[in-house]
Ligand binder design. Structure first.
Ligand code: FMN
Length: 356
């Protein structure tokens, strides 16, 4: 149900923000893959809180433990259990939200659905849950790398209205990580970092956009009708907390073009595949990968928990002024969303690879 994703390469996550920890069970991973815990930890470290002054100051080691399914550094083909323990819980920080649901957070909807909610910190709606996806996605990435050298890189391409210019063909994770905001265009990154500090100092928050490229994906992955590659990518991205929009290739902008401007003419390519001279399709046609880089964008809203006073009502419907004074929150989620987007893309592609 709601906590599992994928058909053959399938991940289920568990855990709350202020419980013992979060984790994932990965089923359907092939046997005899070489697994590097260091590579999984490296991705977990890119997601963890407290990395810079642009993110929440909650401090978590986010150490990933492999509980099962791996022996002597190789997969057994059995379910792989991954655990990330919580160490810096402060449930008391959220007392302000006990009587009134936070506007645009998940307090109200969780209560309506379950009739009960985790005592603090957003429970499963918290981005803490994504630590489990990142660990599972980093595992999926190792499968894809060993299968055919798939290379997935995401970066922050916009914060508020500040855009950037980045070469999709060559951008690397090292370029992305050269800046705290994770935008490899340094002139844009200067402005983005200044903007995030400005809204943070005002007790406010701001949204942004990530672009992601998946290179070396072979032609022929994806299902033609309901499980189109772009449909699964859209579901994967929109399942990330605070993600509100997805577009692939030319996306919304393509709707303003003529076919003669938008078509991707074929080229002779290499020994086995045709190529295309442009990539407005974003690497997918008819739901099936065409061998060109998959390029998509995911937009994130400004996070809901802000320190500015907000006029709202409590659970009884009476007007209250909500002012969250404690608790540690991200003024902008996109720098930390980079490994989450990469991991969700890897989970989609690993599942498509298993079905190809
Ligand atoms: C990396 C990351 C960090 C986040 N940090 C916060 C945060 O500090 N405060 C907050 O209110 N929301 C944060 N969010 C977003 C909430 O989890 C999300 O908005 C909430 O669960 C409601 O879901 P929805 O926005 O998708 O409707 C974060 C999201 C991500 C991806």
């Amino acid at each position: 149900m709601g906590s599992s994703f994928g058909t053959v390469f399938r991940v289920s996550t568990f855990g709350e923000s202020h419980g013992v920890g979060v984790g994932a069970i990965v089923d359907g991973c092939p046997a005899q893959l070489e697994i590097s815990l260091e590579a999984i930890q490296a991705q977990a470290d890119r997601r963890k809180p407290g990395q810079s002054d642009l993110t929440t100051q909650r401090m978590e080691a986010d150490t990933v433990e492999i509980l099962s399914g791996v022996q002597n550094g190789k997969t057994l083909g059995t379910p792989i259990g991954l655990l990330v323990r919580n160490t810096d819980q402060r449930p008391g920080d959220y007392d302000e939200t006990l009587d009134a649901p936070r506007p645009s957070h998940a307090d109200y909807t969780y209560l309506k659905k379950y009739g009960v909610r985790a005592k603090s910190g957003g429970g499963r709606a918290s981005a803490r849950e994504t630590a489990a996806r990142v660990a599972a996605g980093a595992l999926a990435e190792q499968y894809l790398q060993q299968l055919c050298g798939v290379d997935i890189v995401a970066w922050v391409s916009q914060v508020g209205a500040i855009g950037s210019e980045v070469d999709v063909g060559t951008v690397s994770r090292a370029d992305v990580d050269s800046r705290a905001v994770r935008c490899p265009d340094h002139a844009a990154a200067d402005k983005m970092e200044a903007r995030i500090r400005e809204v943070r100092d005002e007790g406010d928050s701001i949204g942004g956009i990530l672009t992601c490229v998946c290179r070396n994906v072979p032609a022929g992955w994806g299902e033609p009708i309901f499980d189109k590659a772009e449909a699964l990518l859209a579901q994967a991205m929109l399942s990330i907390p605070a993600c509100k929009a997805f577009e692939i290739g030319s996306g919304f902008a393509g709707s303003q073009l003529r076919g003669s401007q938008h078509n991707d003419p074929f080229t002779s390519g290499d020994d086995t595949n045709l190529g295309t001279s442009t990539n407005n399709s974003g690497g997918v046609q008819g739901g099936i990968t065409n061998g060109m880089p998959i390029v998509f964008r995911a937009a994130f809203k400004p996070p809901a928990t802000i320190k500015c006073a907000q006029e709202t009502v409590n659970y009884a419907g009476q007007p209250v002024t909500l002012q969250v004074t404690e608790g540690r929150h991200d003024p902008c989620v996109v720098p930390r969303a980079v490994p989450i987007v990469e991991s969700m893309a890897a989970l989609v592609l690993a599942d498509l690879a298993r079905q190809a």
